[in-house]
Design a protein around this ligand. Sequence first.
Ligand SMILES: N[C@@H](CC=O)C(=O)O
Length: 361
Amino acid sequence: MEQKLRVGILGATGMVGQRFISLLENHPWFEVVTVAASPRSAGKTYEEAVGGRWKMDTPMPEAVKKLTVLNVNEVEKVAATVDFVFSAVDMTKEEIKAIEEEYAKTETPVVSNNSAHRWTPDVPMVVPEINPEHFDVIESQKKRLGTTRGFIAVKPNCSIQSYAPCLAAWKEFGPKELVVTTYQAISGAGKTFKDWPEMDGNIIPYIGGEEEKSEKEPLRVLGRVENGEIVMADAPKITCQCVRVPVLNGHTAAVFINFEKKPSKEELIEKLVSFRGFPQEADLPSAPKQFIQYLEEDNRPQVSLDVDYERGMGVSIGRLREDSIYDYKFIGLSHNTVRGAAGGAVLCAETLTAKGFIQAK
Ligand SMILES: N[C@@H](CC=O)C(=O)O
C-alpha cells in the first residue's frame, strides 16, 4: 500500500482500545492518527488520559503517547481526521448503535468490537476465514444509511472463537447439536488481577448475556446472505454455560458435538488443519498462516502454552475423542482480546480494505 490509511480508535483508553493501539503499531497498511474517548479524557494527551491504566504487556507506542485525545461525541471533528475507525466505545447499547451510525453517516467506515449492531440485519458480523461474503450486505446497508462509503461492520463475541471455526471446518458432516462450556479469562471483562482481586483463585459461574451470545452468534456467522440481509443458519442447536476463571488472557471451550453424518476422528482433524480462508489466500498482514492447529498431547491446549499461537490470531484444538453420549468431544482455545476482540476487528478491516470497501477518503 503506497500511503497508509488513517485510522481512529473510538474508546481508545479502555482495554480493547489499548489492544487496538498495540496491534496497530508498525501496521503496514494502517496508521493510528486519532484517539477518541469520553469527554473526561478529551484534551489530554493519550499518555495522560491512560495514566497508570496501560494494561498491555508491551510498552505504549511512542507514536500515540502525545496524540491529543478527542471527544468521541464530536463525531464530525473526529471523522474529518481519518479514513475509517475502529470502535471499542463503552456506552449503553442504544448509545453505541446511534453513535456508530452517526460515524458511518459521515462517510467513515466503522469496524466495531461492540455487540450493539450484531443483530442489525444488514450489518455483517464476520470472522474473515469463515464468512467474508457477508460483507456483501454492506451495499444494502449503505442504501439504508444514505451513504456512499460509510458503513458499519462488526466481529462476533470473543467466546465463540474457540469453537465456531470448527463448525465451519466440519460443515460437510452437518454439525447438529453442541453442548459447550466456556472458561473465560478476566481480560474479557476488561480487567486484570490488580483491579479484580476477587478472581484470584476463584471461579464465577455467571457472565451477563454471554450464554445467549455463545449460543446464537455462531448461527449468524454460519448463515447466508439473502436479499441484502443475513439469514441465520438453522443448525447446529447450541446450549452453553459460560464461566469466569482465574486466567488473564485466553478463553477455553469444552465441547460435545453430534453430527448428521458421523465422520472419523482422522477426517475431523484433517478438516481442521487444512481449513483456510480469504485472509490466508490474500496473505493479509494479520492473518495467521495456519488458522487452526491440532495438538495431539493429552494435556493441550493449555492457556499458558498455547494462547499466543500465531500471535494470538490462531485457534488451538485438542483432546478430540469419541464420547459415550455424543459423537465426539474436544477442547478449544483462542486469545480473547486478540483474535476474540481487537485482532479479529483488525483482520476484518484488512479484509474490507483488500476487497475495496475501505479506501482513502
Ligand atoms: N463478554 C466477553 C468479552 C468478549 O468479547 C467476556 O466477558 O469475556
